[in-house]
Structures are given as structure tokens and as C-alpha cells.
Design a protein around this ligand. Structure first.
Ligand SMILES: *[C@@H]1O[C@H](CO)[C@@H](O)[C@H](O)[C@H]1NC(C)=O
Ligand SMILES: *[C@@H]1O[C@H](CO)[C@@H](O)[C@H](O)[C@H]1NC(C)=O
Length: 183
């Protein structure tokens, strides 16, 4: 113990104090604690998502191809896409969309979308929103649920409205309007 640096000792001390106050309990009601009693606000985020599937600046890669005879069904891609303020890729970067999409319909192109929007701009820098949902990409507007978040988005709930503004052989530019309730 004598050889442990001070911060390790302090760390141990703080955490043993925490466990003492929990008194060995596996769970407890903390409804009275901040922020559970605070009123949620609703924020609207608007940004553009740039998904580049081929070329030197590829941001999305197929990690699991479909089995033979299944067409696109099952194809799974991972992506790390830029989020910008306007449809122009050179406009201000506000964060990154990191996640995966998989083709989950056998007839049309419906995707299962699982993504974290990790913001890097302004007061939401370092906070993220998690979205999981069905994305039938041929529809003009798709809706996907916001299932949670981190940082300033703890306890977040909401939805994202998604609209493709441009698509070509290499790149899809997709507009996101995200409405999220959070503390
Ligand atoms: C890749 O990105 C750079 C920097 O934004 C750009 O100058 C270049 O034209 C892009 N290349 C392709 C093939 O899109
Ligand atoms: C966002 O936060 C990171 C880590 O704290 C910091 O390095 C970066 O400069 C911040 N970006 C902006 C635009 O404030």
C-alpha cells in the first residue's frame, strides 16, 4: 500500500465511502436525486449526414456480405460518417455518425439502423444521441426512434426524421431533423 501513489489511495477512499453509503445494496430508489425531478426540455437538431461507400474517402464499408442467393438481404455495413451544418460536405462539421446498417427486408431495401450521433460542436461537444430503428431508404421521409444518449442527453427520448437530399454512385447526403427531450 505504501508504494501506491496518492491519487490511487484517494480513489480507493472515495469508492469505499460510496460502497459504504450504498450499504451493500444491489439497487435503490434515487427518484429524489437530480436530474430525475427536473423538467425535460425539447431540442431540435438539424444536420446532414454524408455516407461515402466507394473511393478514396470511403466512410462506410460492408463488413458482412449476404449469403449466396439472398440478394442484398443480410448485408451489413459499418460507417463513420461526417455530420455537417449544410448539405455541402465542406460546411461546418458538427459531429460524426458512427454505427451500422443492415439490410433486413428480403423484397425492398429496408435497413436496420443502429447509430450514435457523437457531436463535436458547441455545448453538445462530447455528448451523443443513440438512434435505433427501421430505415426504408426508398421512402421520402423515414422516422427512427431516439433511444437514449450520453452526457447532456442522459435519459433522452425522441425521434429522427430522415430525408435523402442527394444520392449518386459514391455518396448519399441525408438530412436529419432530430427532436429530442432531455434534461
Ligand atoms: C476526398 O476528400 C478530399 C478532402 O475533402 C477532397 O479534396 C477529394 O476530392 C476527395 N476525393 C474524392 C475521390 O472524393
Ligand atoms: C470538443 O471537445 C474536445 C475534447 O474536450 C476538444 O479537444 C475540442 O477542441 C472541442 N471542440 C470544439 C469545437 O469545441
Amino acid at each position: 500500500m505504501a508504494s501506491l501513489p496518492c491519487y490511487s489511495l484517494c480513489f480507493l477512499f472515495v469508492f469505499s465511502a460510496l460502497f459504504v453509503t450504498l450499504d451493500g445494496a444491489f439497487y435503490r430508489d434515487v427518484s429524489g436525486a437530480v436530474p430525475a425531478r427536473r423538467v425535460k426540455k425539447t431540442s431540435h437538431f438539424h444536420f446532414y449526414f454524408h455516407d461515402v461507400t466507394t473511393g478514396r474517402n470511403t466512410t462506410a464499408k460492408i463488413v458482412a456480405p449476404p449469403s449466396a442467393g439472398l440478394s442484398d438481404f443480410g448485408t451489413t455495413s459499418m460507417f463513420d460518417d461526417a455530420l455537417t451544418e449544410t448539405p455541402d460536405r465542406r460546411s461546418k462539421l458538427v459531429g460524426r455518425a458512427q454505427g451500422m446498417y443492415a439490410v433486413t427486408a428480403q423484397q425492398e431495401v429496408d435497413l436496420l439502423f443502429v447509430v450514435n450521433f457523437a457531436f463535436t460542436e458547441g455545448k453538445y461537444n462530447g455528448s451523443s444521441i443513440a438512434v435505433v430503428g427501421r430505415n426504408p431508404v426508398a421512402d421520402d421521409v423515414r422516422e427512427m426512434p431516439v433511444v437514449g444518449g450520453s452526457g447532456l442527453f442522459r435519459f433522452a427520448q425522441g425521434y429522427a426524421l430522415v430525408h435523402t437530399v442527394a444520392i449518386d454512385r459514391t455518396t448519399a447526403v441525408v438530412e436529419y431533423n432530430v427532436f429530442v427531450q432531455h434534461f
